[in-house]
Design a protein around this ligand. Structure first.
Ligand SMILES: NC(=O)c1ccc[n+]([C@@H]2O[C@H](COP(=O)([O-])OP(=O)(O)OC[C@H]3O[C@@H](n4cnc5c(N)ncnc54)[C@H](O)[C@@H]3O)[C@@H](O)[C@H]2O)c1
Length: 260
């Protein structure tokens, strides 16, 4: 672990999908898990599943777009479980639309959640780690769309490019405090977000959903989509002692879709 005395891992967007996978993986490594999500139905269920498996976990309500809620989340989880070891900025949203048709409210909400939410998370976790004085690990959800922007995903792609920028900037500032900051860039992970993306993309392109999915699959060298567990393994490595010399990096977890 990053800090032998700290056992708390806060994971935003952990109520389903990739975040849920990360919660289970880090629990297995001995962390107490703060299952932080805007969804008050799924997050308590994930926390209850973890507790039933013998792990320490609790659900927290947060809308990461609101800075005060993100800071309150860190305070509450630290008060429940002790020093913070890991903060995963996983929460994110996507919408699919033509550039010219994208609605202002969709663009603004997406940037509030993906970009500002990650900013507030890095800020709140960074402050807490500096206060504790013993290092820490921050991991952010970027995307393959943050390396090569996707059509129909203008705001999403821009937010993910920006998250790689935040990751590098925070890594440079925090390194002297033994805090590493890295990011994962999934390609195609079968989650509810991906189901919604496929449905809308297929509709705009005039394809069936299976056709749209087959097109994407044909781009994956390894020949299958990712699972949340594939991504969680990368996060577990980023926060492990083995990755102590790695910071400011964004790692492709895409089965060989793009080679940068
Ligand atoms: N699924 C993919 O193929 C894929 C690819 C690249 C990147 N990603 C990124 O990985 C992350 C997780 O994606 P996923 O596929 O598991 O998505 P998902 O939609 O299945 O799950 C996202 C979770 O985040 C929560 N959430 C949304 N807005 C929130 C907010 N404002 N505050 C707190 N929680 C909020 C949701 O309630 C949900 O539980 C996202 O940042 C996404 O952009 C996913």
């Amino acid at each position: 672990m990053a800090n032998a005395d700290a056992k708390l891992a806060i994971i935003t967007g952990a109520g389903q999908g990739i975040g849920e996978g990360i919660a289970h993986r880090l629990a297995k490594d001995g962390y107490s898990i703060a299952v932080a999500d805007i969804n008050d139905e799924t997050a308590p269920k994930v926390a209850a599943d973890l507790v039933a498996e013998g792990y320490q976990a609790k659900a927290y309500h947060v809308d990461v777009a609101h800075r005060d809620e993100v800071f309150a989340l860190v305070d509450a989880a630290v008060s429940d479980f002790g020093d913070l070891a890991v903060y995963v900025n996983n929460a994110g949203i996507a919408f699919i639309d033509n550039f010219v048709d994208s609605k202002p409210e969709d663009v603004e909400r997406l940037l509030d959640v993906n970009l500002r939410g990650t900013y507030w998370g890095i800020q709140a976790a960074g402050k807490q780690f500096k206060k504790q004085g013993n290092g820490g690990r921050i991991v952010n959800a970027a995307s393959l769309a943050g390396y090569e922007a996707s059509a129909l995903q203008s705001a999403y792609s821009a937010s993910k490019f920006a998250i790689r920028g935040l990751t590098q900037s925070a890594a440079k500032e925090f390194a002297k405090d033994k805090i590493t900051v890295n990011a994962y860039n999934p390609g195609i992970v079968r989650t509810k977000m991906r189901d919604a993306i496929d449905k809308k993309t297929a509709a705009i392109k005039g394809k069936t959903i299976p056709e749209q999915q087959a097109d994407c699959l044909s781009e994956i060298a390894i020949g299958r989509e990712a699972t949340p567990a594939d991504v969680a393994e990368v996060v577990a490595w980023f926060v492990s002692p083995a990755a102590g010399y790695i910071t400011g990096q964004s790692l492709q977890v895409d089965g060989g879709m793009r080679f940068h």
